[in-house]
Ligand binder design. Structure first.
Ligand code: ME8
Length: 536
């Protein structure tokens, strides 16, 4: 039976158009999901939108449309971006869908029945932007600024239901201890414990009466369910929890051996690592295996965000450089789990160095040599003839192991860096083996054949390992290398030496070299376009 893997992204607020920051998280989730599918895991990949809450209601009002019209409009932009980025999600949940709304109401009723929530009234500092209440000690300075986004909070009092956090806090700490990998990177766990749990965790306010755009509480007319309770449960409602067909929920969530990973940005760690496990406990359900906190895409002037006006629109970037290049940049340039700064120079440099000079060039050179020396037919693999062959094969096999271990540990950037090291090693192998010299000596025909077959097999392997990122170029590479359709899979590619006797076909370079000056200017213009538009 194949191993199971369930991965999710945050469900984004459709309050504005998506940008490269959103694309970053979803693309990384996609690369991870495709990597698991490639290796035969039973994989399910969920993304979607968090469509309720006061912020959406306010935005819709400002735009002169209903909240539903507003979110329907922004949803098409997200869907179109995921199409552009070739995101292979299995489901796209929107929290306004009846399947979600009805299930959240059932979940809330369970909380009422089990005495996990109680009715009281809430007074606190509310940040509309973060959809969060803060206490007197959490708001910053005299103006009561939101500790998360720095905007002023407003003081509010309203009747509300509260979730009994105290009932679950000890269990949560025990769970952290028993599952040291639950929050990654680990520094984030210390932050949660010291900043939120140790100072004393208040019961969480889980309904609102001050606005309407939310899921109504059946037990209390006038109350809508707090957007974070509504949002977090998407991870189970999308699988069919408490619905007629709950086969996916049973297959993934209820299988203790299924690895469940939530990918999130640091801004929403508190909700995912404190409240979400508590809600699950209250429902008698298992916790996710891991909450992986990825870094933020930064610009020179701070976090890339719509409100800062420093966002990079994705479609023109993809149109110019290709979707594979943008995906590769995101995965390889920003160490997964750390913040990364976008600069046009590094973007162009990364593509030139890794894709054009290193990988693309290896493919090009090898195919040209096979055409020149063997009429285009890849010699059958005969084992390793010399020390150089043996060393290359050993590196290839080591790479497969690292790729699997690093990917399984979500060290995704390192996993792909390891593949690039193999590609580097193959380029160096060409220099060391000097096939042009072997070709001049008729007694070296066998060594020349071995050299070509080693190169073709390293390309077959490294291209396949890169296929979760390079989703359009690897099929092209397979065509150029003459890989039969039935061999375009992980098993064949990791069986070193399986490729031989097939005919290569010279095609266009997979990744043409970019002119640094022209392309940097193109991106700079793209970055300036919104500012110019705003000024006009
Ligand atoms: O918080 N760099 O939605 P949201 C990297 N609806 N990632 C970024 C980013 C950047 N500059 N900007 C945004 C919400 N993100 C809730 C989530 S989940 C049950 C509910 C990514 O639209 C990052 O993953 O504000 C961050 O956590 C998420 O978008 C926040 O999206």
């Amino acid at each position: 039976m194949s191993k199971k893997f369930y991965i999710t992204t945050p469900i984004y607020y459709p309050s504005a158009s998506p940008h490269l920051g959103h694309a970053y998280c979803t693309t990384m989730a996609d690369i991870i999901a495709r990597g698991k599918r490639l290796r035969g895991f039973d994989t399910y990949f969920l993304t979607g939108l968090d469509e309720h809450g006061e912020k959406i209601e306010d935005n819709a009002k400002a735009a002169g449309v209903t909240p539903q019209q507003f979110v329907d409009n922004v949803a098409t932009k997200f869907l179109s971006l995921w199409d552009t980025m070739k995101i292979s999600y299995d489901d796209f949940i929107r929290t306004t869908q009846p399947r979600h709304v009805q299930t959240v109401q059932k979940i809330f009723s369970r909380f009422v029945e089990n005495n996990d929530v109680y009715l009281s009234s809430y007074k606190g500092w509310y940040c509309v932007h973060e959809e969060s209440y803060w206490t007197d000690t959490q708001v910053v300075g005299e103006n009561h600024l939101c500790p998360e986004c720095g905007r002023p909070c407003e003081e509010k009092e309203e009747p509300a239901y509260f979730f009994r956090c105290n009932k679950y806090v000890d269990g949560l700490l025990k769970f952290y201890d028993e599952h040291p990998n639950f929050i990654t990177p680990v520094g984030r766990k210390t932050e949660m414990v010291n900043n939120f749990i140790k100072p004393g965790l208040n019961d969480l306010c889980v309904t609102r009466t001050s606005f309407d755009w939310g899921i109504p509480v059946k037990e209390a007319p006038g109350h809508v369910i707090y957007v974070w309770l509504d949002a977090l449960t998407n991870y189970i409602t999308a699988l069919g929890y408490l619905q007629d067909d709950d086969s996916r929920f049973q297959n993934y969530w209820m299988d203790p051996d299924c690895e469940i990973v939530h990918l999130i940005g640091a801004d929403i760690t508190r909700f995912h690592t404190i409240y979400w496990p508590m809600f699950l406990r209250a429902l008698g359900l298992r916790e996710p295996s891991r909450v992986f906190v990825h870094g933020l895409m930064m610009m020179k002037d701070g976090k890339m965000s719509k409100s800062k006006g420093n966002v990079i629109p994705v479609p023109p970037l993809v149109e110019r450089f290709g979707v594979d290049a943008v995906r590769y940049y995101l995965c390889r340039e920003i160490p997964f789990g750390q913040d990364g700064q976008f600069t046009p120079e590094q973007f162009v440099d990364r593509l030139n160095t890794d894709l054009a000079n290193n990988f693309g060039n290896l493919v090009n050179r090898t195919i040209s040599m096979i055409i020149k020396y063997f009429d285009g037919v890849i010699p059958a693999y005969q084992g390793e003839l010399n020390a150089l062959d043996a060393a290359l094969k050993e590196t290839a096999e080591k790479t497969i192991r690292s790729y699997e271990v690093l990917n399984d540990d979500l060290k995704v950037t390192d996993a792909y860096a390891a593949v690039m090291e193999l590609v580097n090693a193959a380029n160096k192998y060409i220099e060391d083996s000097a096939p042009w010299a072997l070709a001049k000596d008729p007694t070296k025909k066998e060594e020349l054949a071995s050299c070509m077959s080693h190169l073709a097999n390293v390309i077959f392997l490294s291209g396949t390992l890169l296929s979760p990122i390079l989703v359009t170029k690897i099929p092209e590479m397979y065509d150029q290398l003459g890989v039969p359709v039935e061999m375009r899979n992980y098993e064949a590619a990791t069986h070193f030496g399986s490729l031989g006797g097939v005919t290569v076909k010279k095609g266009n370079p997979l990744f043409p070299r970019l002119d640094v000056k022209t392309e940097v200017q193109f991106i700079v213009d793209l970055m300036n376009a919104p500012k110019e538009k705003a000024a006009a």
